[in-house]
Design a protein around this ligand. Structure first.
Ligand code: GUN
Ligand code: ZN
Length: 436
């Protein structure tokens, strides 16, 4: 396959860092070359052009794709529920009632293959339209919902993580598996999908209250047998939930202690929320280098609490920002960054826009142990990237033109922007979305 040359303003974070405001690479006029779905070169346009002979120039220049906007790595949504897309914006409840009232009835529809397939396609198109190219996705309890999702992702060659929800108590009968079926279905799906093309599997016990100790023990056995799979679940989101977990597992020291007991706290374990953690839980997360996923629009929408981002960061715990749709109210990770900024304002702290973007690109990839593949634009990684438009609508255009620094311009984009600012999305080197 021939190479494709992109030219434009480029921003990314080449390495893991605790100070993204300082440690980023910015090219005012850059060249990004892709070949067979991979990034092969990233460099300054003048350097690139100076190295071409006259003859090469006349051959190369006409084929260059010029981008008016800013190229960044495809964003990574490290916690999202695809079956909940259709029940986003459901009124008036907090976590436990919200699950019973809205979530479980919706998820029951995904027993049907055709329904799951149609929703999967639509969800992926929505992700791309919002500038997201990788996500860690909860399906439903039905294995069909995972097959449908991975089949759809494969058709775009998208790097996606997904898992069948394991849930054998405290939920409606039509959404219940058993410790045994949850185990055998998950094992079968791992064998079928993990590392199939760009697919990766996440062992997915929904959260401690909906799994029996037997089921959690079986999930732990799978986590041990397949150490490079992901684990995704929920942790310490809502104060009533935490009390419930304590009553269900009185022998455990705290909420995380439940997952710890069953071997579910390790690298590549992604814990959604973690808002109300205790010091011991921080220590365990730090020791195991398991990730905590900050879900700003969700935490606000279902009234869960204010995530203490800088405390988690200070503990050296891997962290990322995600949408958590359908409790989250936007698939836009820019919108979620803006809400993260406001959540920290309420705690008298400031989130730098470069740090916010890092938490949805390289920082998320580092948390997921995937930064050799995604999350940045380093040569040798996979060619997933997005073009952002600072002039997407008149208000944004006027505001970004007033900006005195690049960080200020990026901040205005983060606060005002959403899917309207995504002009193009590339997955595995191919354009999968063009605005309008
Ligand atoms: N805890 C258990 N299940 C869910 C879910 O679907 N969404 C959120 N936000 N929290 C949960
Ligand atoms: Zn969730």
């Amino acid at each position: 396959m021939k190479q494709t040359i992109h030219r434009g303003e480029i921003l990314h974070f080449p390495a893991a860092t605790s100070d993204p405001a300082q440690n980023h690479q910015y090219l005012k006029d850059g060249i990004l070359i892709t070949e067979n779905g991979m990034i092969t070169q990233l460099l300054d346009a003048q350097i690139f052009l100076n190295h071409l002979s006259e003859e090469e120039r006349s051959c190369v220049l006409p084929g260059i794709i010029r981008h008016e906007g800013l190229l960044i790595p495809g964003m990574i949504d490290s916690h999202v529920h695809y079956p909940q897309m259709e029940m986003i914006a459901s009124y008036g409840t907090q976590l436990l009632e919200w699950l019973n009232e809205y979530t479980f009835p919706t998820e029951a529809k995904f027993c049907r293959n055709d329904y799951a397939a149609a929703q999967s396609r639509q969800f992926l198109q929505q992700l791309f339209a919002h500038g997201t190219t990788t996500a860690s996705v909860f399906a439903t309890v039905h294995p069909e919902s995972v097959n449908a999702f991975f089949n759809a992702a494969e058709s775009y060659q998208a790097r996606m993580i997904c898992g069948k929800v394991m849930m054998d108590r405290n939920c409606p009968d039509n959404l219940k598996d058993t410790a045994e079926t949850g185990f055998t279905e998950t094992r079968q799906l791992i064998e079928q999908w993990h590392h199939q093309g760009r697919a990766l599997y996440a062992i997915t016990p929904r959260f401690a209250p909906t799994s029996t100790p037997e089921q959690l023990a079986k999930a732990g056995q799978l986590a041990e047998k397949y150490p490079d799979t992901f684990i995704q679940t929920h942790l310490s989101e809502n104060v009533n939930e935490i009390e419930w977990v304590k009553s269900l597992f009185p022998e455990c020291p705290d909420y995380l202690g439940v997952y710890e007991k069953y071997g579910l706290v390790r690298e590549r374990a992604l814990f959604g929320h973690g808002i109300h953690l205790e010091p011991r839980e921080y220590q365990v997360l730090q020791r195991e280098q398991a990730g905590v996923i900050f879900c700003p629009t969700s935490n606000l929408f279902i009234g869960s609490g204010l995530f203490p981002y800088f405390d988690v960061k200070a503990q050296n715990i891997p962290v990322a920002i995600a949408s958590d749709v359908g409790a989250g109210t936007s698939l836009s990770l820019l919108t979620n960054q803006a809400e993260a900024y406001k959540i920290l304002q309420l705690q008298q702290q400031n989130l730098n826009p470069l740090e916010a973007l890092y938490l949805c690109t390289q920082g998320a990839a580092v948390t997921m142990r995937l930064s050799d593949k995604i999350g940045n634009l380093n040569p040798g990684t996979e060619a997933d990237f997005v073009e952002l438009d600072f002039s997407a609508f008149p208000l944004l255009e006027q505001r970004t033109k007033q900006a005195r620094t690049f960080a200020e311009k990026l901040f205005a984009l983060m606060i005002l922007g959403d899917d309207r600012v995504i002009r193009r999305t590339y997955v595995h080197g191919q354009c999968v979305y063009t605005r309008g």
